[in-house]
Design a protein around this ligand. Structure first.
Ligand SMILES: CC(C)(COP(=O)(O)OP(=O)(O)OC[C@H]1O[C@@H](n2cnc3c(N)ncnc32)[C@H](O)[C@@H]1OP(=O)(O)O)[C@@H](O)C(=O)NCCC(=O)NCCS
Length: 191
């Protein structure tokens, strides 16, 4: 029999923890979320107001209660520094599939392993807690860091929305990537 008490929490990574979003996170979100480099990765460079972000937090909490979407704060496990947010939503209960998104907010925190760490937690949540069969994401073709991280973690490119995003005079593809339950298990085991 599996001893569930000896299985590590999927919300705890090497250096990050995924925790619930609070209304009080608004101040931290507003510090770096509108940074151009961060917003480039997310594919929407138009700055968000604090009211829009507060609405997003409130919606996240409501959607969590309805089981529609689960967004988390990525926090440093020791310093408790707010690093960003991530989540899974757009669930199809029939196909057991969903979509994933992630953002480390302060560019000074890029390339420190936090995104990789948080992605592994989020995949564990998706496959082992939500019992998903498939998770999908979209990444803009210029976002080479994110593309590299997803490939490293076992995600596969399944197609491209060609020239789907116009930015500063040029069109960029949106690369669709996914990972299946068995691929996740082969790479990360069952616990
Ligand atoms: C994309 C993102 C989640 C990655 O998280 P991160 O913490 O910065 O990344 P990590 O430190 O875990 O890993 C970075 C990896 O990318 C590599 N990398 C960095 N810049 C790169 C580039 N220009 N091209 C290719 N690889 C690059 C690093 O060498 C490292 O590789 P390694 O793990 O094999 O050594 C984070 O940078 C982020 O949130 N960016 C802003 C928003 C965003 O783009 N979100 C994703 C939308 S799809």
């Amino acid at each position: 029999m599996v001893d569930v008490y000896n299985i590590k929490s999927p919300f705890i990574g090497e250096n990050v923890i995924l925790r619930a979003i609070e209304i009080t996170d608004l101040e931290e979100i507003m510090k770096y979320f509108n940074t151009y480099e961060t917003r480039l990765g997310l594919g929407n460079i138009i700055p968000f107001s604090s009211k829009q972000e507060e609405d997003w937090i409130r919606r996240s909490i409501e959607n969590y209660s309805k089981g529609i979407e689960y967004n988390f704060v990525i926090e440093h496990i020791e310093t408790k520094e707010f690093l960003g947010t991530c989540g899974i939503g757009s669930f199809s209960t029939t196909s057991r599939s969903a979509e994933l998104g992630i953002g480390i907010h302060n560019p000074e925190n890029f390339d420190k392993g936090y995104g990789t760490d948080a992605m592994i937690c989020l995949m564990k949540f998706g496959f082992r807690i939500q019992n998903l069969h498939r998770i999908e994401l979209g990444v803009y073709s210029y976002n080479e860091r994110a593309h590299h991280v997803y490939k490293k973690l076992g995600w596969k490119e399944v197609g491209r929305k060609r020239e789907a995003y116009f930015l500063q005079g040029k069109y960029y593809d949106c690369i669709i990537m996914d990972i299946l339950e068995h691929e996740f298990e082969e790479k990360y085991g069952k616990e």
